[in-house]
Design a protein around this ligand. Structure first.
Ligand SMILES: Nc1ncnc2c1ncn2[C@@H]1O[C@H](COP(=O)(O)OP(=O)(O)OP(=O)(O)O)[C@@H](O)[C@H]1O
Ligand SMILES: [Mg+2]
Length: 218
């Protein structure tokens, strides 16, 4: 059984067709790069995958069960979305990183945070930093850490390296590839053609809301 199964999915908002008749499957262990011009519907597709929005036509199945049968907040523990514009709330970094623990009624695990900070090249002193003062690239990496404190089954990444330099991008690519090798399914939107091919086993191309191709690389 596929992990995610899109059957003739459309998304129309305010009379505007944003995604049209998408049918494809995501198998467990896939690493899919999603590419396509700006405005082609890539972010909308990941928002559907994480149940932030629902299809206006067709159905999405997760492990054989219609997505609308899942409680969205529970489903997002299994299917995690790291958004295009990193959204950090409150005053400091720690509040953001405590959130995944508090929703699970678990104590803050400093060891886990340290582990991820070193993986993404973030000095530990950033834990008490004011979110307003972080650079775009720092916000992107903190937002990734927040998404990865508890590992999901499916990881949805929306241009999460757009503000990073080459060195930090390489670090993130390696870390995500390691997660994929350990069994986590990855859907990653990128505008970088090289990055899209590096580790992916499939490339999904969107154009004007329609699926142009789903190329299998290996
Ligand atoms: N809720 C909405 N209501 C109306 N239009 C929307 C809505 N969400 C997205 N759109 C429009 O749908 C189209 C696809 O948006 P989307 O954000 O999915 O594109 P994208 O492929 O991620 O683009 P980019 O590469 O610029 O991030 C755009 O034209 C956008 O303006
Ligand atoms: Mg987008």
């Amino acid at each position: 059984m596929p992990l995610l199964d899109f059957q003739d999915v459309s998304f129309i908002n305010d009379g505007k067709t944003i995604l049209k008749n998408l049918s494809f499957v995501v198998e467990a262990g896939d690493y899919i790069s999603i590419i396509g011009p700006s405005g082609s519907g890539k972010s909308t597709l990941l928002r559907l995958c994480s149940h932030l929005i629902s299809p206006t036509g067709g159905n999405i199945f997760y492990k054989g069960v219609n997505m609308n049968k899942y409680v969205p907040t529970e489903l997002r523990k299994s299917i995690a979305y790291c958004s295009q514009l990193p959204y950090l709330f409150g005053n400091n970094v720690k509040e953001n990183l405590d959130f995944p623990f508090s929703v699970r009624k678990m104590p803050f695990n400093e060891g886990r945070v340290k582990e991820l900070f070193s993986l993404f090249n973030i000095p530990f002193t950033f834990l008490n930093a004011d979110v307003q003062n972080l650079s775009g690239g720092e916000k992107q990496r903190i937002s990734l850490v927040r998404t990865l404190l508890f590992l999901p089954e499916v990881l949805l990444l929306d241009e999460v390296t757009s503000a990073l330099d080459a060195e930090n991008t390489r670090m993130v690519l390696n870390a995500i590839f390691t997660l994929n090798r350990n069994g986590i399914t990855i859907l990653w939107i990128t505008h970088n053609p090289e990055q899209s091919k590096k580790y992916a086993n499939k490339i999904l191309t969107l154009e004007a809301g329609e699926m142009k191709s789903l190329e299998v690389l290996k």
